[in-house]
Design a protein around this ligand. Structure first.
Ligand code: SAM
Length: 220
């Protein structure tokens, strides 16, 4: 049971084929640029607790966790086993198509943080996935959803594809607010990030826009 945020049309993808087909072969690429990644890693540095248990939901072969921070466990989830097996930070991982099965094979109240990076646009039933995120977080645990303006267009849901950067922030806030028990979402935006200060003076060299929506599981 969930309170729907999206109507059936908004959940549609241009490529309706099974996501397993699309993610069957590994993509050893980075999906956002260095400026975005630096902002994300810095956010993790500021908001994650060393020694905690982390779930990287919709992960791949790269980790954006601060290299100097140690965690007791970093569980990875994704669609491609070969990618996940190359991710140096994961202590264990599993594959699961979240558009077919939203229930996660993970304990209640277990994680200190759930991270979702440049992937939320592919979820067709986000309300149930966010319910699961809430279930597996410890009270006080944090969820950090980050995204930019890039996507696999044919695999993003209509509500995302057809929206603007502003409506996408609203959408992620609504996903969080559809689950009772999350704190009021916090939004972090960095636009026109400069990778090179000299180029920035000329209005050049800006990197991918950075958006993050954060919330905590409220204590019972
Ligand atoms: C653009 S990549 C981002 C990967 C990683 N978070 C990163 O920052 O590099 C999108 C990821 O979403 C995940 N994904 C896409 N569709 C999915 C689905 N139906 N079920 C579960 N995961 C999915 C895949 O693991 C894929 O690697």
């Amino acid at each position: 049971m969930f309170s729907p945020v999206l109507d059936p049309q908004q959940r549609q993808k241009l490529d309706p084929s099974d996501d397993h087909l699309f993610y069957d072969f590994p993509r050893f690429v980075t999906h956002v640029d260095e400026g975005f990644i630096q902002k994300l890693t810095q956010l993790y540095r500021e908001r994650l607790t060393p020694g905690g248990k982390i779930l990287d939901l919709m992960s791949s072969w790269v980790s954006h966790l601060p290299p100097e921070m140690a965690f007791s466990e970093v569980v990875g989830h994704g669609m491609n086993q070969e990618e996940l097996s190359k991710n140096p930070r994961l202590t264990r991982y599993f594959t699961q198509n979240l558009n077919q099965e939203q229930k996660l094979p993970l304990e209640d109240n277990y994680f200190d943080a759930v991270l979702n990076t440049v992937s939320v646009q592919y979820l067709q039933v986000p309300e149930l996935v966010f319910q699961e995120i809430h279930r597996i977080l410890k009270p006080g645990g944090i969820v950090i959803v980050s995204f930019s303006n890039r996507m696999f267009y044919q695999k993003a849901i209509a509500a995302w594809r057809d929206g603007t950067e502003q409506t996408r922030i609203q959408l992620v806030k609504c996903y969080l607010q559809s689950v009772p028990g999350f704190s009021k979402p916090e939004v972090i935006i960095h636009k026109n990030l400069s990778v090179n200060p000299v180029l920035a003076l000329m209005g050049l060299g800006t990197s991918d826009p950075f958006y993050a929506v954060l919330a905590r599981k409220m204590p019972l």
